[in-house]
Design a protein around this ligand. Structure first.
Ligand SMILES: C[S@@+](CC[C@H](N)C(=O)[O-])C[C@H]1O[C@@H](n2cnc3c(N)ncnc32)[C@H](O)[C@@H]1O
Length: 268
């Protein structure tokens, strides 16, 4: 997908970090399911700012290696900095688009989180990377479902303006070509390679600031909305919406994000 809908910026990296914390338990299940352990050789697709990379580096230890690739140099730099600061020396970063990437080796596990959502054909991408898995190795992906849960569910209810802004996120993502139906589509794709394990999660976030997660996503998709020429691209004033939502909320606020799906498969 050439129209990657999320703007690469400091705020977007902060949003991804917030999202990463919420999705940590499902991510850990994914990595355990994928058999990532000391000495594993792992390829990470679309490492972004490195949240999963750090988990992988810690799991494989000094006897293992993580090859983390992404096509966005700013994200890759941010990831490399975080990994170095954490003291890991077992990660090799590769700046590449999946379409042009051709590793000259195989891996024990190939992992991607919120990655297949953005490729032109997840079926073709999985077929391609499956060739880089050693016999008995695994493929493991965690994606968000853009069918049922495009919208976060917030209680007490958000203002109609905030709700409209949150609906806008899904509209822009789908307009930009994000892959929908991943909760069903991902297990269906992986089934072609063996017996698939699946877990889903939509971890609730608590407190007034939990509304920042969906509202920051509005900011992140706005440049793409402009690029797509959408009439509503600059309709939502995120700072004003945030100020208003935060003012009226307390610790009893709960935000439930869209559902994520983790699925992994062991190859013959
Ligand atoms: C939503 S981010 C997820 C980052 C990270 N996996 C995480 O969960 O925090 C998706 C990442 O995939 C990268 N990406 C998308 N399509 C790609 C492609 N075809 N080749 C390489 N990287 C890609 C983007 O640059 C972005 O950094």
């Amino acid at each position: 997908m050439k129209n990657y809908p999320l703007h690469s910026s400091e705020k977007e990296r902060d949003r991804l970090k917030m999202q990463a914390l919420a999705i940590l338990p499902l991510t850990e299940s994914l990595l355990t399911g994928a058999g990532v352990q000391p000495e594993s050789q792992v390829l990470e697709l679309g490492c972004g700012s490195g949240d999963v990379t750090l988990l992988l580096a810690s799991r494989v230890g000094s006897g293992g290696e993580v090859v983390a690739m992404d096509r966005d140099p700013a994200q890759l730099d941010a990831a490399a900095k975080r990994v170095a600061e954490a003291g890991f020396r077992n990660v090799k970063f590769v700046l590449a688009d999946l379409d042009d990437f051709e590793p000259a080796r195989t891996f024990d596990a190939i992992v991607g989180r919120y990655f297949l959502l953005y490729v032109a054909s997840p079926e073709a991408a999985v077929a391609r990377v499956a060739k880089w898995v050693r016999p008995g190795g695994t493929m493991a992906f965690l994606e968000m479902d853009f069918f049922r849960g495009v919208h976060s569910s917030i209680w007490p209810p958000a203002s109609p303006e905030t709700h409209q802004a949150i609906v806008f996120i899904g509209d822009v993502m789908l307009d930009a070509g994000i892959n929908p139906y991943m909760a069903a589509r991902l297990p269906s794709i992986l089934m072609r390679y063996g017996s698939v394990q699946v877990q889903t999660s939509a971890p609730p976030q608590y407190g007034a600031r939990s509304v920042e997660l969906p509202l920051e996503a509005v900011r992140s998709v706005t440049p793409m909305a402009r690029k797509l020429g959408r009439a509503d691209a600059d309709h939502h004033d995120v700072d004003a919406l945030l100020a208003r939502e935060l003012a009226g909320r307390d610790e009893h606020t709960v935000t439930v994000p869209p559902m994520s799906v983790a699925a992994w498969v062991q190859l013959a």
